[in-house]
Design a protein around this ligand. Structure first.
Ligand SMILES: NC(=O)c1ccc[n+]([C@@H]2O[C@H](COP(=O)([O-])OP(=O)(O)OC[C@H]3O[C@@H](n4cnc5c(N)ncnc54)[C@H](OP(=O)(O)O)[C@@H]3O)[C@@H](O)[C@H]2O)c1
Length: 447
């Protein structure tokens, strides 16, 4: 039980009405303890702490995360202390939450602001949930899982040793995002360990044929000028954006062919499906094609992801939708479409930004923190499967271009080599300890 004078240091409170029942309950309980509290209205004059309840609402997953971010943006100028509430493991996958990724990022972008995220047990009654919040208010813990045994802060471990014997089984792997970038390196290594398996890689890009007479290259600049020269030789005057688009499509096709060749060279079956993870119909068509042609999906590696980096104050709903599309909505739709009981290995490509937050990546950190929550839930649901969320630091490849790489270098954060990362990935997903679900791979970042 919290004494009224303890609460007065943090009040008056305003509670947002996103989850209206728990919001009213909180107002009632806070008022009952003699401190001023009300639902958040137009004026925030005199308010010291705002409790955001949108994370407890049953809004669709992307909209729920966007609304919390948008409220934080609106409250920024007031300098008010912000408390964000979420559920630790509610309902189906789409109802899970990654809001700790938001507060971890906002604490970096707004170091003079107090922003915390607490997770509530969804199984507890609303009375109990309100009491848990009240008990924690004076603790000033920046983030915690609140339950009846008190506030606990979850630690994410480094990749542990291997516990299982080298598996000799075969699987039908579905790997959205697996034909390109760092996931391609991981999946090629997996094929070397499981040559009897089928690997279905998915991505939006098509496999554009390399134009005859054009020297093979993976250098964007060289390719661009070769394309311009050959267009001019044909008497055309190409627009630069068209050349860029053509060059990008050619490089994507080349990268996909290279990955398929590496998998086939390892002796495994390699298949590429054009699929947009942000588009539910496209995804469902891919799942039905895989299961009818190759059998149930027993290995799932989710590597599809995009960035829309920018400071939180500038973030738009479009940014959040863009980042959540393949990573969050795509996975939620996928998990709802496949037979989960067939899964033996699940690897989700998350990021260290989910663990530490990262300036400019509030949307990305939320999406990746959501992956961690999903991994924990899946692991509990599938005790015979190995489920891992890989919280990767920056790799020497993939979405880390030269600018990002030098940014990490100035922060003293080393890059993960393609071979090292691929080896860690294959070791962990095939032979890792089933109880270690969220793994941090790479350097710790300063907050
Ligand atoms: N590289 C790193 O340092 C790093 C660090 C931490 C976490 N990660 C995570 O690791 C994963 C791979 O990253 P990366 O660096 O390899 O990035 P990348 O080179 O940009 O590759 C991203 C992959 O995702 C696919 N993809 C994107 N949107 C998609 C969509 N809507 N539907 C289907 N596929 C889609 C892309 O294929 P198409 O373009 O053909 O669709 C591509 O294969 C991402 O989830 C990323 O968040 C990477």
């Amino acid at each position: 039980m919290v004494a009224a004078q303890d609460l007065s240091a943090w009040g008056p409170f305003a509670v947002t009405a996103g989850a209206s029942e728990i919001a009213s309950q909180l107002v009632q309980v806070l008022t009952g303890r003699g401190t001023r509290a009300d639902l958040l209205g137009e004026s925030i004059q005199g308010i010291q702490t705002v409790i955001i309840t949108e994370g407890l609402s049953n809004l669709p997953v992307t909209e729920r995360h966007w609304q919390v971010l948008d409220l934080c943006k609106r409250l920024y100028a007031s300098g008010i202390r912000i408390m964000i509430l979420e559920y630790a493991g509610a309902g189906d996958f789409a109802q899970m939450s990654g809001l700790k990724g938001l507060s971890r990022t906002l604490r970096q972008e707004w170091p003079d602001r107090s922003i915390i995220t607490w997770s509530l047990p969804d199984s507890a009654s609303q009375d109990t949930q309100a009491e848990l919040v009240l008990d924690a208010i004076t603790s000033d813990v920046p983030e915690a899982d609140l339950d009846t045994s008190g506030a606990s802060v979850m630690e994410i471990g480094a990749a542990p040793g291997l516990v299982q014997a080298t598996p000799t089984d075969t699987n039908v792997w579905f790997v959205p995002g697996g034909a390109r970038g760092v996931t391609a390196a991981c999946v090629s290594e997996l094929a070397r360990r499981q040559p009897g398996s089928t690997f279905v890689l998915g991505g939006r890009s098509g496999i554009a044929p390399w134009p005859e007479g054009l020297q093979p290259t993976s250098d964007m600049k060289l390719l661009r000028s070769a394309l311009i020269s050959s267009a001019k030789a044909r008497g055309e005057k190409p627009a630069l954006p068209d050349i860029d688009r053509q060059a990008r499509a050619l490089l994507a096709g080349q990268e996909i062919r290279h990955t398929l060749d590496a998998i086939a060279a390892a002796g495994a079956r390699a298949v590429y499906l054009q699929v947009d993870m942000s588009d539910r119909d496209s995804l469902l068509a891919a799942v039905s094609q895989i299961t009818s042609q190759y059998g149930p999906i027993s290995g799932l590696v989710h590597g599809a992801g995009v960035l829309a980096d920018g400071l939180a104050l500038k973030k738009t709903r479009d940014d959040v939708e863009y980042v959540f599309g393949p990573k969050v909505e795509g996975l939620a739709n996928l998990l709802a479409a496949i037979d989960l009981s067939q899964l033996r290995h699940v690897g989700l490509f998350s990021s260290a930004s989910a663990v530490f937050g990262n300036t400019g990546q509030s949307d990305y950190a939320m999406a990746n923190a959501w992956l961690g929550a999903v991994a924990r839930k899946l692991a509990a649901q599938l005790p015979d499967a190995t489920v891992k969320s890989f919280c990767w630091g920056p790799w020497d490849g993939g979405m880390v271009d030269a600018t990002l790489a030098s940014h990490f270098a100035t922060r003293g954060i080393s890059l993960i080599g393609l071979q090292d990362g691929a080896r860690i990935f294959a070791d962990q997903i095939l032979q890792g300890d089933r109880h270690e679900i969220e793994l941090l791979i790479g350097d710790k970042w300063a907050g």
